[in-house]
Design a protein around this ligand. Structure first.
Ligand code: ACO
Length: 319
């Protein structure tokens, strides 16, 4: 039994915030600095009324429509987010309620920007085990809620959005190989070191990041994990039609592509328009390239992510 993607969907909040808007809001930065260091020109920001589950719902409905299945068919919901609606219940359960269905297994995965790769890998294992047949896998973030707008080193990097896929049991190969890794000793280079206790926020509830350390770590592990999954599948990078990397920074993406020997024409990039949408960035980029016709049935795709934890992983699949 294989697990194959049968539908993709995504959603971006309507409000776009450009680099020029950030400068106008008083952030001590410039369009030139942000574009040169990150490739980001604009990002989308959710309205105050929108929660991670609302963005997830819009993306999920599109994925369900693309897969041409009734929502009742879904027997597994795995949702990746670092910006959940509540401490509990899980955002996956809230999404299930908004979809108007019940009974399916539903839970969240917390692996920050690697969250979607983790969630997809877990869903594939459920399907291959025979316990489940139709999974909704979602990455959704309202990252703007955990940004300190006075910290120019982080607030310029992130945006909000959601992406979703339907993964179904199939006799045809879909996911070919995957890998998930973590190194908790590196938690301090990218974290939101706060929690709620006694009705108060304890610690620091905003993103804190050592940018250069993250950059170095990301470039190293992304190239390694891509090679690892290619090796597992007995394939060469020349077989990859599209690389769909986590959209953190164009320089990290370019460096990974170069190490894999892939031209940028084979890389899907959305970081210029979306910024870093953490767990949502990979399924968002995937859906955009499916919708504009670049990615076609039968293409070989490499999805890969890296994020806080530190966590990283990759999935090689036939679309
Ligand atoms: N605008 C203008 N100047 C800035 C800004 C800004 N937004 N942010 C920082 N600076 C300044 C710093 O204060 C510093 O000034 P100084 O030299 O006077 O002290 C100078 O720019 C250089 O700072 P660095 O942090 O060394 O800049 P660097 O070239 O490393 O670029 C960046 C910073 C873009 C964050 C880079 O380190 C990076 O991309 N790191 C990866 C981080 C990342 O992608 N994180 C996403 C989350 S993790 C993930 O998704 C994998």
């Amino acid at each position: 039994m294989h697990a194959r993607i049968t539908g993709t969907g995504s959603y971006l909040p309507t409000t776009a915030l450009t680099n020029y808007d950030l400068v106008a809001r008083g952030v001590q930065t410039s369009d030139e600095w942000i574009v040169e260091r990150t490739g980001i020109r604009s990002r989308h920001i959710a309205d105050d009324s929108q929660k991670a589950s609302d963005l997830a719902l819009a993306a999920s409905l599109r994925a369900i429509a693309a897969a041409e299945i009734p929502a009742e068919k879904i027997d597994l919901i795995i949702l990746a987010t670092s910006t959940p609606d509540y401490i509990f219940p899980s955002t996956a359960c809230l999404l299930q309620s908004k979809l108007g269905v019940s009974g399916a297994t539903a839970f969240d995965v917390q692996a920050v920007c690697s969250g979607f790769v983790y969630a997809l890998t877990i869903a594939e294992k459920f399907i291959r085990s025979g316990s489940h047949r139709c999974a909704l896998v979602v990455g959704t973030e309202v990252f703007s809620r955990i940004l300190d707008w006075n910290d120019r080193g982080t607030c310029v990097l992130f945006g909000d959005g959601a992406g979703a896929i339907i993964l179904e049991a199939s006799e045809e190969p879909g996911i070919l190989a995957s890998a998930m890794h973590a190194d908790g000793s590196q938690h301090g280079i990218l974290e939101v070191p706060g929690n709620v206790s006694g009705g108060k926020v304890v610690g620091h509830p905003f993103v804190k990041m050592d940018g250069p350390a993250v950059f170095k770590f990301a470039v190293k592990v992304l190239a390694e994990v891509a090679q690892e999954v290619l090796q597992k599948a007995g394939m060469d990078s020349a077989a990859v039609d599209w690389l769909i990397p986590h959209q953190a920074n164009i320089r990290i993406i370019q460096s990974t592509a170069k190490k894999l020997g892939l031209p940028m024409e084979k890389v899907v990039t959305t970081v210029d328009r979306h910024g870093n949408t953490s767990a949502a960035s990979i399924p968002l980029a995937l859906d955009i390239a499916v919708m504009d016709g670049r990615i076609k049935r039968g293409d070989t795709l490499m999805l890969e992510g890296v994020g806080g934890g530190f966590t990283w992983g990759a999935v090689l699949l036939k679309f």
